[in-house]
Ligand binder design. Structure first.
Ligand SMILES: Nc1ncnc2c1ncn2[C@@H]1O[C@H](COP(=O)(O)OP(=O)(O)OP(=O)(O)O)[C@@H](O)[C@H]1O
Ligand SMILES: [Mg+2]
Length: 456
């Protein structure tokens, strides 16, 4: 069932229930007050007849009262205290007789009289009675009658009006609900179409500008998802293109040099040189594949971080000793500044990869007789590791991308230095897996500074 239909039905049922309850309540009250209005009127007329009769009850007055009854829609019957009829403006039938025979309570009637028949549904008359006195003594009763046919006619007219009003309200509410449910479900339908497109791999969806409510938030979330997926798709394509390029170059070398090395009349020295090139290139391919595999594992979170408590300065010192010969070899001074006893939980094998990759970059992208310094400080339970070189630096426009896979600032130079552009991508993943954060600052010609922040 469509959501707009469902919403519409729910709304309609609710409105119908509300209308039934409120209309019934209104109807009951209107009828009740209408009948009581009639009874009050009867009682008031009876009281004024009483006043007249108490002033004067001669035959002339009596015939005047009868005449009034005959010419109005209320009827009057006057009896004495024994129940004998003195005057009547109506032919006394059994219904009237029944009312006249209702015993009036033993105690005195209230001065303003009382209602003795108010059943407008099943009786022929509604009626009130008022006592009138003469010479200070109760002398008789004025009965007032109103035919219930009049009341019923009035109420049936009221019913008709209420039914018409109810139908009108219901009709306009239904039209309103129709448009409301359409308006409410329209953004949902647009979002459904958008997610359908997404599931089919089309990420170029544009949802209308969201409103400031839950639907707006959902629409914004879908739009963000679509944009992210689109970005990932592009990134994946670029990544695949880069990989195939990365693999094609060494394989072309291997192919070409293998062809040459196969020539029978080749000088043995040349053959060894070509085979050496083939070996180097195949090593390059295999290390590329190794790094890619590493990254894939990091991506899928299929690797585990086995943290253990490490004395950070001792740990970093052992790595320093290991890389020092390579730096000395290139004539680069490597300075380590870590004095305190800082204990931290980390995975020594994984974190070594981070340090080696960063120091390898310093080595690769620094000129001879420059300086690289590693310093560690610890403050408020936060460890800050800085690796700073005085190398070639990174242009500002490249800085946001250097943690991307296969991103290299200078493609030709990097190939010469043997990099794939995967080192920093791996570093970032590993630092984040340790709950840390890595940032970079750099200036071309001045040097680069990587800062890792880890919580202890
Ligand atoms: N210390 C640095 N000084 C100057 N440029 C750097 C430095 N570190 C990284 N870069 C630049 O950032 C790019 C990405 O570095 P990354 O370590 O990811 O790749 P790579 O060193 O080229 O190759 P790989 O580390 O995969 O062998 C490098 O190609 C280089 O251009
Ligand atoms: Mg590197």
């Amino acid at each position: 069932m469509k959501i707009s239909l469902k919403l519409g039905l729910w709304f309609s049922v609710c409105i119908l229930l509300i209308e039934i309850v409120s209309m019934t309540y209104l109807h009951r009250n209107l009828v009740h007050s209408r009948v009581h209005q009639e009874l009050d009127h009867l009682q008031a007329t009876g009281n004024s007849q009483r006043d007249i009769l108490e002033i004067n009850s001669d035959s002339h007055t009596l015939s005047h009262i009868k005449l009034l009854g005959l010419h109005s829609d209320t009827q009057v019957v006057v009896t004495n205290t024994n129940g004998e009829v003195i005057l009547t403006s109506i032919k006394i039938n059994s219904s009237i007789n029944d009312i006249l025979n209702i015993p009036i309570s033993n105690s005195k009637l209230p001065r303003n009289g009382k209602i003795i028949q108010s059943d407008w549904k099943s009786e022929q008359y509604i009626s009130t009675v008022t006592a009138f006195n003469q010479n200070g003594k109760e002398f008789g009763y004025v009965y007032m009658f109103k035919n219930t046919a009049d009341v019923q006619k009035l109420i049936s007219q009221l019913n008709k009006h209420m039914i018409v009003a109810s139908l009108l309200i219901l009709f306009s509410v239904l039209i309103f609900i129709f448009f409301l449910s359409k308006a409410l479900t329209k953004p949902l339908i647009t979002m459904k179409e958008a997610t359908k497109k997404l599931s089919k791999g089309d990420f170029t969806v544009t949802l209308p500008k969201p409103s400031n409510d839950e639907l707006g938030e959902l629409s914004e979330a879908i739009q963000t998802l679509a944009n992210d997926l689109n970005y990932l798709k592009q990134e994946r394509n670029e990544f695949l293109a880069s990989i195939s390029h990365e693999l094609r170059t060494p394989l072309t070398y291997i192919n070409g040099y293998a062809d040459i090395a196969r020539r029978p009349n080749l000088d043995e020295k040349d053959r060894v040189q070509y085979l050496e090139i083939i070996r180097e290139e195949s090593q390059r391919v295999s290390s590329l594949l190794k790094e890619l595999f590493e990254l894939a594992k990091l991506d899928q979170n299929t690797f585990s971080i086995n943290k253990e408590k490490v004395n950070f300065c001792n740990y970093i010192h052992s790595i320093y000793e290991r890389v020092l010969p390579a730096f000395k070899n290139k004539g680069i001074q490597l300075i380590l500044d870590c004095r305190d006893n800082i204990f931290i939980n980390l995975d020594p094998i994984r974190f070594e990869q981070v340090l080696i990759n960063l120091l390898d970059n310093c080595l690769k992208y620094s000129k001879e007789s420059s300086t690289t310094s590693v310093s560690v400080i610890e403050e408020y339970g936060i460890l800050q590791l800085t690796i700073k070189d005085k190398g070639v630096g990174i242009p500002v426009e490249d800085l946001p991308h250097i943690f991307d896979r296969l991103y290299r600032v200078d493609k030709s130079r990097s190939r010469a230095t043997g990099g794939f552009g995967l080192g920093l991508a791996i570093v970032k993943q590993l630092v984040e897996a340790h709950g840390g954060n890595i940032t970079v600052e750099s200036q071309v010609g001045e040097g680069t500074c990587f800062t890792i922040v880890l919580k202890r």
